[in-house]
Design a protein around this ligand. Structure first.
Ligand code: SF4
Ligand code: SF4
Length: 207
């Protein structure tokens, strides 16, 4: 009998937990009901990508040591590191480096693990082309400085939803000085450190 009540008790707990998750999901849906549709007049207007947006990869040829760590950590072994061994100096000589953005899944692993930080994710997302072979960027194309929505004088930069002041749903006519609802990455880091002091030790040891 006791076993029966335990099972009923656990069933009720599971049902309550499941309903909570359901209501959490529905709250997002209901939150959207009170929003009006917002049309961004692309390409005259563009939304500012979020700080951790993973766009086209930028590469610095001079910093690359041809270690091929980026190839090994890439889930599809995508970067092509073309090097030859200089027999006199017994050092690798880098000839070319390329990444095919037609295949890349923008996971950021290569950027994360590169020991010399010569790779970085940019906020560039306009990679459309008529020929997919043009998406295979060599070291010259990868080394081009990225375009930036906020510094491009030909477009009107609109703040993304996370950056809008609380309660504002339309990014048009929002002044740059209006406070944003979302926290800045530094503020998030401070909050994480205040919650978990061990994080502070990890931060200081990694410097
Ligand atoms: S991990 Fe970095 S340094 Fe090593 S080959 Fe790749 S880009 Fe070059
Ligand atoms: S972002 Fe990911 S998929 Fe693209 S090259 Fe780097 S590791 Fe490979």
């Amino acid at each position: 009998m006791n076993d029966f009540f335990q099972k009923v008790n656990s069933y009720i707990k599971d049902a309550i937990g499941a309903s909570k998750y359901l209501l959490d999901g529905l709250s997002v849906t209901f939150d959207h009901l009170r929003r009006r549709p917002v049309t961004v007049q692309y390409p005259y207007e563009k939304l500012i990508p979020s700080e951790r947006y993973r766009g086209r990869i930028h590469y610095e040829f001079d910093k690359c040591i041809a270690c091929e760590v980026c190839v090994r950590v890439c889930p599809i072994n995508l970067p092509v590191v073309d090097w030859v061994m200089n027999k006199e100096t017994k050092k690798k000589e880098l000839r070319n480096y390329s990444i095919d953005f037609g295949v890349c899944i923008f996971c950021g692993n290569c950027v994360e693990y590169c020991p010399t930080n010569c790779l970085s994710m940019t906020e560039e997302y306009e990679l459309a082309t008529f020929d997919r072979h043009n998406l295979n960027f060599d070291n010259v194309a990868l080394g081009r400085l990225p375009t930036n929505v906020t510094t491009d004088p030909s477009v009107k930069a609109l703040r993304e939803l996370a950056y809008l002041p609380k309660g504002v749903m339309d990014p048009h006519e929002v002044s740059q000085s209006d406070p944003r609802a979302g926290k800045l990455p530094e503020e998030v880091l401070d909050w994480m450190i205040s919650k978990n002091p061990e994080e502070r030790n990890q931060q200081s040891s990694s410097k």
